[in-house]
Ligand binder design. Structure first.
Ligand SMILES: *[C@@H]1O[C@H](CO)[C@@H](O)[C@H](O)[C@H]1NC(C)=O
Ligand SMILES: *[C@@H]1O[C@H](CO)[C@@H](O)[C@H](O)[C@H]1NC(C)=O
Ligand SMILES: *[C@@H]1O[C@H](CO)[C@@H](O)[C@H](O)[C@H]1NC(C)=O
Ligand SMILES: *[C@@H]1O[C@H](CO)[C@@H](O)[C@H](O)[C@H]1NC(C)=O
Ligand SMILES: *[C@@H]1O[C@H](CO)[C@@H](O)[C@H](O)[C@H]1NC(C)=O
Ligand SMILES: *[C@@H]1O[C@H](CO)[C@@H](O)[C@H](O)[C@H]1NC(C)=O
Length: 360
């Protein structure tokens, strides 16, 4: 599994036993029986590898620090969801839907796909992808396989009710749709306010479809600072600001509608729990990172990905950005830690993931 857990297994047995008593060690049961992941390249762990698309990264230097090498994760090592899976106490990462087999699916599956969006067309200028609607259909396929394994509708439903369902999506509806007018009409059809409303309306339906499939614990992520990526800055320029303000302010319009949606869903669907997450490491943490350049040499994919077989920076743990869009393992670790245990209501509301896991 993780580089960390591998190290863990190499320690002497006596220490291992002690560790298991002191910490929630690798042999303890996970805090929820299962974890399902929906989303885009921030969460993808190999679903795009066999698609015809520029948005895939099953080549070095991606995965240079990951025990299995390049897997399709958009990082030098783990993505944020991998780290959360570790925090929840699972012994293995969730298999990508594209390769998920056997009983492993009882613990969860990762459906995320690079360049995918809430809207079906988002990301299409890069090639094939699995939009959220399609990810939901893939989840239905997995549910029927779970039912076959358990041979019992009651226990299938009971299991699905206890899992956490993580969805981090929406960035591509902006950076690979609304803000690419050469390929998409949305910016001519909708004002920024209308577009945020249309997106969140569609998202609300998709969340309810998942609820209809038995999901009762939802971790819903806001869109991060898409205007601060080296890619956005190089394409749009900043006009003297540190970031591309129009991207960040439009993402904020989306987040400002997602937050009240989460509140409404908690009110209306009382047998389910929803939480809004938007982890952001502290300014102190940021200070010790390089924020204004990428670790790898970019130019692959649509111009935002690492060049195949290029040599990345050696001090990867000091960089926020691995390529021109996606964070390093080190930054993902900080984001995951915050999503898992922050008490800040701007980063997790009304629950962090640790609390969401405990709720009955
Ligand atoms: C299904 O599982 C439940 C417990 O979850 C049990 O009470 C029930 O008898 C099982 N049904 C069948 C048909 O095995
Ligand atoms: C965009 O709008 C033009 C004119 O209305 C239309 O011809 C074209 O098919 C649209 N393109 C897309 C991708 O929807
Ligand atoms: C959103 O993007 C548009 C450009 O499409 C820009 O004019 C506007 O200032 C941005 N921000 C908001 C809050 O509308
Ligand atoms: C919640 O219920 C109210 C009242 O029935 C309804 O107007 C609203 O659309 C519902 N919200 C959601 C997100 O389903
Ligand atoms: C990044 O920021 C550092 C510290 O502010 C500065 O010394 C360096 O020149 C910057 N690099 C680039 C590529 O802008
Ligand atoms: C959050 O609050 C809980 C309960 O008050 C406390 O135990 C925990 O240490 C806090 N977490 C952080 C990261 O401050």
């Amino acid at each position: 599994m993780a580089s960390k857990l591998k190290l863990f297994w190499m320690l002497p047995v006596s220490f291992l036993l002690l560790s298991n008593c002191l910490h929630n060690g690798a042999n303890a049961a996970p805090q929820v029986p299962c974890y399902f992941i929906f989303g885009d390249s921030l969460s993808d762990n190999g679903n795009n590898n066999n698609l015809k698309t520029l948005a895939k990264v099953n080549y070095l230097p991606y995965g240079i620090d990951f025990p299995e090498g390049p897997t399709g994760r958009f990082s030098n090592d783990r993505n944020m969801q991998d780290v959360i899976v570790e925090y929840l106490g699972f012994q293995n990462y969730m298999p990508p839907f594209a390769r998920a087999q056997g009983r492993s699916i009882l613990k969860g599956v990762n459906y995320a796909s690079g360049s995918a969006g809430i809207r079906d067309e988002s990301g299409k200028q890069l090639g094939d992808r699995i939009p959220l609607n399609e990810q939901l259909k893939n989840h239905k396929i997995i549910i029927s396989r779970i039912r076959q394994i358990l041979r019992n509708d009651t226990s299938t439903r009971k299991l699905l009710n206890q899992c956490i369902y993580s969805i981090q999506i929406g960035s591509n509806d902006y950076i690979n749709n609304y803000f690419v007018p050469e390929f998409y009409n949305t910016s001519r059809q909708y004002t920024p306010e209308q577009y945020a409303a249309v997106l969140v309306e569609q998202y609300s339906h998709q969340i309810k479809v998942l609820y209809g499939h038995g999901a009762r614990k939802f971790a819903l992520y806001g869109i991060g600072l898409i205007g601060c990526t080296p890619y956005a800055i190089s394409v749009y320029g900043t006009n003297g600001s540190p970031c591309v303000d129009k991207l960040n302010t439009n993402a904020t319009l989306f987040n400002e509608r997602l937050m009240p949606l989460v509140k409404e869903l908690n009110t209306n669907l009382t047998d389910a729990k929803f939480t809004y997450l938007n982890p952001s490491p502290s300014p102190q943490d940021v200070l010790s990172f390089v924020t204004n350049s990428t670790c790898c040499e970019v130019g692959g994919g649509g111009g935002e990905l690492c060049v195949r077989n290029s040599k990345p920076c050696s001090d990867r743990s000091r960089f926020v950005f691995w390529d021109a869009v996606h964070p390093t393992d080190a930054w993902n670790e900080l984001l995951a830690e915050s999503a898992y245990r922050t008490n800040s209501t701007s980063e997790a509301h009304p629950f962090n993931i640790q609390t969401l896991a405990k709720l009955k």
